[in-house]
Design a protein around this ligand. Sequence first.
Ligand code: FAD
Length: 520
Amino acid sequence: MDLKALYMYAAVLALLLCSAATFIQSPTDVFGPVALLEPTPSSARDFGAIVSDAPFAVLRPESTADIALLLTALSTAPPHPRATVAARGVGHSLQGQAQARDGIVVETRSLPRTVVVVAARASGEATAHAYADVGAGALWVEVLEECLKAGLAPLSWTDYLYLTVGGTLSNAGISGQAFKHGPQISNVLQLQVVTGSGEIVTCSRTKTPDLFFAVLGGLGQFGIITRARILLQEAPPKVRWVRAFYDSFETFTKDQELLISMPEQVDYVEGFMVLNEHSIHSSSIAFPARIDFSPDFGSEGKKKVYYCIEFAVHDFGFSVDHVVELVSGKMSHMRPHIYSVGVSYFDFLNRVRMEEESLRSLGLWDVPHPWLNMFVPRHGIRQLKDLLMDTVLAGDFQGAILVYPLLTDKWDRNTSAVIPSAPDGVMYIFSVLRSADPSRCGRGCVEEMLEQHRLVADEACRVGGGGGGIGAKQYLARQPTQAHWRNHFGPSWDRFQARKARYDPVRVLGPGQGIFPWAD
Ligand code: FAD
């Protein structure tokens, strides 16, 4: 055991022997250069800014072995570990999921963030098998920058790229490419994981597959991902990005479904609700075409809502005009409201960064974010849209509502991710992305929004009953009780629980999700 490991082991042992309250005030004073550090304010903060649970200590691992040492020591302490552990990427969770009250936060950003790109074309293999081996603490934007140097890029994205690989693979990772390639968790070839018991395992679809699938969408419950092998494809130099407006929800969704039925031509499909002038302006910050759309939004009590589809076609320097013409010729948007622009592939993928900068400049980025994300089977989308209109949208709404379709057969049911049953294979993501400007909305008002979302989610997730129920599933949400979690997982709860018993038997990991509280 080298000196650093020895220090770390001493720190962990001390942690086990002392209660959190009596533990030495400053671990660093006592243990010198050990990796267990005093928490910083960011360890108890996330993007949601709704939950704040301070940990007892922070680990900034320099290697996978550092994490293994910590988890081995904690998981072998009888009868329960004295501290829980939460992996933290960049804390873009919404409800404290990457926090560990009185426990230890493992900051994965300190792991080596090397991105090794293996361009299979060079060795004569198919381009589809090119891949990147990346540190789990790397941001997707860092992965993109490195891959683009080899003319390659991952297939599936999130809208925002300043999220860690480990963080999004623990959820699902979706954006407008998911209809074609599935979520990010469908595009991983291999993972290196430290299980809750401290074992370092390299797993894939064929090697220790149960752990591989457990960890994908596993909400940080089974292990800490330290490296991931991500599938790559040839990156287009440019993208043709198109937006078209609608005044009918039915026509909007019909056209979205038309677009996702053309994966040979179309590379990206999303859409959003246009609620007011502000929606047009804020959604156009990154879209560098002049949009000449100023419809009548009606008046109080008689509001009119519009919709916008955005789709994109990769531009390899030939036939993109023809493809866009062919595709848009089949669409039924409001005439003449279709707008198209050519941008670099990097700028297209990084589009939300401009919105972030704009919100930061207005002091509206580091504010509470009561978000509601739901996967909704196709048959329930109209009902859910009406439910949102009657509740969330009836008042003063600040933010955006994304709506776009996904194909359920692109999701591997062996992973831990939860999606609804959708008999015709189509589900929609409804993302209510709200910001609570503190000058207009204090703590009580945020609580009201959360309560409103709880009611909508309860209604949308209901199955059966008089009205039939929509049968939606929440995405990225922390469920309030274990009973809610059981309900959320439905038939896959038993498998989830069995995987927990196998890979994290003393429940060290992921306390911030509240799935396996120690009390029960
Ligand atoms: P954290 O918040 O740090 O962690 C999230 C969860 O994963 C926690 O439970 C944590 O313990 C666990 N975890 C983190 N790292 C690891 C690891 N290495 N191993 C095991 N468990 C780990 N999601 C989408 O799908 N599509 C989007 O387009 C999208 N856009 C977003 C835009 C913004 C502005 C924000 C704030 C979020 C967005 N998200 C989106 C949600 C985002 O994917 C998740 O919140 C994701 O978890 C954030 O990554 P993170 O690195 O901040 O994770």
